[in-house]
Design a protein around this ligand. Structure first.
Ligand code: DC
Length: 216
């Protein structure tokens, strides 16, 4: 059986894990799944149908309908959809349906980079590499503000920071699959690190694991 290679990347919103995941998937020629989009797709369906986010059975139906090949980042990337996703993500039955799809994706050769909140702990506990990418809430808020301003928008730093802290609390505080580093995850703090430096640091970790494995 060919070995399917898995890189699990977890961390809070805005830590840079999405960009890192894309760079690593390109470099190691692996499939890529941003699992946040699957929770966003569920939330988006509820919003589209004007259904409350605590309608669990509608959320389950929406989760079953999620097609990983049809996740539309442009539509799902709206800030409000991310907030709503964090709310539907607390329901264990919704998580179970999405996790199953994510695991199937990870099993597809040659393997994948998956990023999210529970990849190293729940979705792919046997991943070859686990990275926990983090940055201080202030730095993440600053980056988000810069991103908004770069496309001509305006926003208030204090509001963005409060938003980030609230989202962290929800994602880290939920009972089912809370965001936390897996015991065997490599920690990567990007607070003082540009994305290129984070990519090089991640590559060094991965190449080291690959070299040790080749020797074994
Ligand atoms: O990474 P993101 O901002 O697109 O994720 C949106 C929300 O989805 C996040 O706040 C919590 C939830 N999520 C999750 O619970 N588990 C994952 N593996 C990915 C995202």
């Amino acid at each position: 059986m060919t070995h399917v290679f898995t890189i699990a990347i977890d961390g809070p919103a805005g830590a840079g894990k999405g960009t890192l995941a894309r760079r690593l998937a390109d470099h190691y020629r692996l499939n890529l799944l941003d699992t946040g989009l699957t929770y966003r797709a569920v939330a988006y369906t509820l919003i589209q149908h004007a259904l409350p986010l605590d309608n669990v059975s509608a959320a389950e139906t929406a989760a079953r309908q999620v097609d990983l090949a049809k996740l539309d980042r442009a539509v799902l990337s709206a800030h409000a959809v991310g907030e709503a996703a964090s709310k539907v993500a607390v329901y264990p039955t919704v998580r179970r349906i999405l996790v199953e799809k994510q695991r199937d994706f990870a099993k597809t050769p040659p393997g994948a980079v998956l990023d999210g909140r529970d990849i190293g702990t729940v979705v792919c506990p046997d991943a070859d590499i686990k990275l926990y990418v983090t940055a201080s809430a202030e730095v993440r808020a600053q980056r988000r503000l810069a991103e908004i301003e770069s496309i001509g928008g305006t926003a208030d730093f204090i509001e963005i920071l409060a938003d980030i802290v609230r989202r962290d609390e929800r994602d880290m505080g939920r009972a089912d699959s809370p965001l936390k580093p897996a015991a065997d995850a490599h920690l990567l703090d990007t607070s003082e690190m540009a994305i290129e430096a984070a990519f090089l640091a991640a590559m060094a970790i991965i190449d080291d694991v690959l070299a040790k494995r080749d020797k074994a």
